[in-house]
Design a protein around this ligand. Structure first.
Ligand code: NAD
Length: 541
């Protein structure tokens, strides 16, 4: 017990290390990569602090190198999942009563560990396991997760300090309780930081979490657990149960203690989970909270007044960084016909220079896509475009699965603005471009707004500021993260809170106070200092 109203100075975003070829950080990270590469590290489930090797083993190879077995992870059996839920309920008794400064301090410490001794392990496992190049790993596994942990502590304190007014004779306050039960965290492969944030944001607020990590990102996610353990997170507060998605979900949602879903991934899976949850309503002890950040069909809309050089760079970085496997990746672009010949030439020349290959090579800009299913899906669209009558590939289109799941950066020119690659989320290095007549600006804006089910990110390019405002207004509901003269990717915690509406999710903005409010059950307390002693009111005299 301490008598303290805590002060928490505003953190700074973790600086992104440059990893220049001859820098000390490069030497250190390369040594870690070497030790992990091909090491086939055994990854267990973790329940109540116990490492459980179930024997249900999956070998995970680096997406860019089929020969490189990165880890062998053990999937949770139904018994292990049930044990994790029971154990979490036990842990809840103490954790839900643990003072907030203790909880916050654990995640602040985790942030410092990740900024220091754990940085290389998280970056290297993300590079090898998820095929990110060094910079993409650094901004995700290190910097973004550090930021989540540092800023969420500040947001939690501010939230706890948000209290109602009191009149003389009474004292009103709100006790921000955790939910009764556990939060089910289901995480995607493409951001290690999201893996870390989804179970820890509820845990910070006093909840326990059951974490089903993505089968495509188990190694880096396991290291997050180990980092949290070192930071002092008590056993059972987060139980780590990678496994068969349907099996884990059946046990999780079969429990009366299921109190919330913290999900990031595709829209189709989220819809399925929501339906499954609705069917369980009579079973649960309370109404579960639902947070889901889902898919996108993110756009760049160029006006005639746009700077064409900046536009080309934004398109290339926005569409092809991390092989287009960012929920925010630019995947469709609207370009005025007056600008297209120039832009096309510039983009073609730049794309020629993109190096694709092994992420252990520092010059690599693009690695491979995550797995065979993704490769088959994305290339089916690319190959169909080769023979389409209303679309044509102007750059890229090649692919090979010989060494890894490699797909060239591809640009498809779509005469038909509703061609399938203009409207479907492919989640790969494919950018579709529709060239429009500048005289039909309003019509094209409406197309952009209405031709996909999503509304996650979007960017407009225009030097004329009044035009930019007109575009921003026309596209007001088309994106939850909107950029003016910048690429639509690269949101930073505390600067651009992230999330979208429509088919892109519940827009609860990861890395912001809005998200934390989803993991509390507020109890309002009114304390009266001198309660009435007569039941009669004055008007009755
Ligand atoms: P995914 O939908 O394949 O998987 C997401 C998670 O759901 C994984 O853990 C997976 O195992 C799990 N899952 C799959 N079927 C399930 C089931 N029946 N029950 C329970 N869990 C199940 O997505 P992914 O390939 O990992 O990630 C890519 C998708 O995520 C893209 O659609 C992308 O746009 C989206 N995404 C969105 C955001 C955002 O903030 N909006 C961020 C990152 C990724």
């Amino acid at each position: 017990m301490v008598n303290t109203v805590f002060r928490y100075d505003e953190p700074l975003n973790e600086p992104v290390k440059a990893y220049k070829p001859d820098s000390p950080e490069t030497a250190s990270l390369k040594a870690t990569l070497k030790s992990m590469s091909g090491a086939a590290i055994e990854v267990p489930c973790i329940v109540g602090g116990e490492e459980i090797y179930t024997g249900q083993v999956t070998d995970w190879t680096a997406p860019h190198d089929h020969e490189n077995i990165v880890c062998r992870w053990h999937g949770a059996t139904p018994e292990v999942i049930q044990k994790a839920i029971d154990n979490g309920q036990e842990a809840w008794k103490e954790w839900s009563e643990t003072p907030f400064h203790v909880r916050i301090s654990i995640f602040r410490k985790a942030a410092e560990l990740l900024a220091g001794p754990w940085r290389d392990r998280l970056n290297a496992s993300t590079m090898l396991g998820q095929s990110k190049n060094v910079l993409q790993a650094e901004i995700d596994a290190a910097c973004e997760l550090i930021d989540f942990w540092r800023y969420n502590g500040l947001y939690a304190l501010r939230l706890y300090g948000d209290q109602p007014a009191s009149q003389p004779g009474m004292w009103n306050y709100v006790d921000y309780r955790p939910l009764e039960g556990f939060v089910y965290a289901v995480t995607p492969f493409n951001f290690t930081s999201i893996g870390g944030n989804l179970p820890t944001a509820p845990a910070l607020m006093g909840n326990v979490a059951l974490w089903k990590a993505s089968s495509n990102a188990v190694l880096s996610n396991y290291y997050i657990m180990k980092c949290l353990e070192e930071a002092g997170l008590p056993p059972g507060v987060i139980n780590f149960v990678p496994g068969k998605a349907r099996e884990v979900t059946a046990v999780a949602m079969g429990s009366e203690h299921f109190a919330g879903l913290h999900y990031t991934g595709s829209t189709a899976v989220f819809n399925m989970l929501w339906r499954q949850m609705a069917e369980g309503l009579e079973r649960f002890n309370g109404y579960p909270r639902i947070v889901g950040e889902t898919g996108g069909k993110d756009f760049i809309f160029a006006h005639e007044s746009a700077d064409v050089e900046q536009l080309a760079v934004a398109a290339i970085r926005g569409a092809f960084e991390y092989q287009g496997q960012k929920c925010s990746a630019a995947s469709r672009m609207y370009v005025p016909s007056t600008m297209w010949p120039d832009l096309k030439e510039r983009m073609a020349a730049e794309i020629e220079q993109i190096k694709m290959g092994d992420i252990e090579d520092w010059q690599t800009f693009m690695g491979a896509v995550i797995n065979e299913a993704a490769y088959d899906e994305i290339t089916s669209y690319v190959d169909r475009a080769k023979t389409a009558t209303d679309a044509s590939i102007f750059k890229g289109g090649g692919h090979s699965k010989e060494k890894g799941w490699f797909i060239e950066p591809t640009v498809i020119e779509c005469e038909n603005p509703r061609y399938e690659t203009m409207t479907t989320e492919l989640f790969g290095p494919v950018l579709s471009v529709h060239v429009y007549d500048p005289a039909r600006l309003d019509e094209t804006l409406e197309l952009c707004d209405t031709s996909s089910e999503y509304a996650l990110t979007g960017a407009i390019f225009a030097r004329d500021r009044t035009v930019a405002e007109r575009l921003a207004t026309a596209l007001r509901h088309a994106a939850g993260n909107f950029y003016i003269n910048d690429k639509p990717t690269g949101a930073v915690v505390n600067q651009q809170p992230f999330g979208g509406a429509r088919g892109s999710g519940t827009d609860d903005k990861a890395g912001s106070p809005l998200n934390l409010t989803r993991w509390i059950a507020a109890r309002t307390v009114k304390e009266t200092f001198d309660a009435p002693r007569d039941w009669r009111y004055p008007h009755m005299a």
